[in-house]
Design a protein around this ligand. Structure first.
Ligand SMILES: NC(=O)c1ccc[n+]([C@@H]2O[C@H](COP(=O)([O-])OP(=O)(O)OC[C@H]3O[C@@H](n4cnc5c(N)ncnc54)[C@H](OP(=O)(O)O)[C@@H]3O)[C@@H](O)[C@H]2O)c1
Length: 275
């Protein structure tokens, strides 16, 4: 089961899984995305309608999967980005970000765990693969809500891994660097809107950081690695005999992991977060 398969890494995962001969449950939110998936994969894919901010839709999707029998893998991929300086982000919007990028991942795991347990009971090696990010290790300006959720996902993943290990269910964290997906275009548009709507009292402090984040989003959308690259790593984590607990994906992820291990003063100086 792969969540968030309308585009980007989720869609590439579906394509890669089908290529390996898997049967896939794929979640989307619109009729158009459901049709597109079924057009390309009429027999190997079954589509679920699920919105992470709607607990009933998560529960209903889980019930369909569990009723169908054992499940060999969940890829918790769906997420969205809410850019905003933390001083000014409306708390309701911050809560929604955590709902979609952190609580939602737990909700999906809870909903399908009975099916993963069925697979474990049959001697198979079921897995939960969490799509985190290198920004679950290094955080910076303007993306605080998203970074907070990705840092949270690291702890959630480690706890889940420890709790499910005795049941034979592996939990793996994928930490990609920049991947060229539609997500960056959406983010650049959100940053432009943020810039327009920024209250005057915030402009003095944050306009520069927002402009830099916007330029970086446009650049990264062009320069990131192809989604198929991340998808291949995710499918490896799902299928290899003894998956690693974590997979960094892309050279910038390895660089970020290196920076995250530096002494704090040096690390924050490099990240321009020196107080
Ligand atoms: N792109 C990168 O550089 C990068 C780097 C590191 C990690 N990641 C992570 O990789 C994953 C996929 O990102 P992507 O770049 O492939 O982005 P994307 O192309 O924007 O895809 C995001 C997917 O999540 C779905 N989604 C968003 N909000 C949802 C909600 N409330 N309920 C259900 N589904 C929802 C989207 O569906 P709709 O089309 O309906 O909105 C879409 O299918 C995310 O977890 C992201 O944090 C991405």
């Amino acid at each position: 089961m792969v969540t968030g398969t309308s585009s980007g890494i989720g869609r590439a995962c579906v394509d890669e899984l089908v290529r390996t001969g898997a049967q896939v449950w794929a979640t989307v939110r619109t009729d158009a995305d459901e049709k597109a998936l079924l057009r390309d994969h009429p027999t190997a894919v079954r589509v679920l309608r699920m919105d992470l901010s709607d607990p009933d839709s998560v529960r209903a999707a889980g019930e369909r999967v569990v009723a169908d029998g054992p499940l060999d893998g969940l890829v918790n991929n769906a997420a969205a980005a809410l850019p905003a300086p933390l001083e000014h982000v409306p708390l309701d919007a911050f809560r929604r970000q955590l709902e979609v990028n952190l609580t939602g991942q737990l909700a999906v795991a809870q909903a399908v765990l009975p099916a993963l347990r069925q697979a474990a009971g049959k001697g198979r090696q079921p897995r939960i693969v969490q799509v985190g990010s290198i920004v679950g290790r290094i955080a910076g300006t303007v993306h605080g809500p998203y970074h907070a959720a990705k840092f949270g996902l690291v702890g959630l993943t480690d706890s889940l891994r420890a709790e499910l290990a005795p049941s034979g269910i592996r939990v793996v964290l994928i930490e990609p660097g920049a991947v060229a997906t539609a997500g960056w275009g959406t983010l650049a548009a959100a940053l432009a809107e943020l810039d327009e709507k920024l209250p005057a009292r915030a402009r003095d402090h944050y306009a520069e950081q927002i402009a830099a984040a916007r330029a970086s989003a446009v650049r990264t959308g062009r320069r990131g690695m192809p989604a198929s690259h991340a998808a291949r790593v995710i499918v490896k984590a799902l299928t290899t005999g003894n998956p690693r607990p974590r997979y960094l994906v892309g050279p910038d992820a390895y660089l970020g992991a290196f920076v995250a291990k530096l002494p704090h003063r040096l690390r924050y100086r490099l990240l321009a977060a020196k107080a």
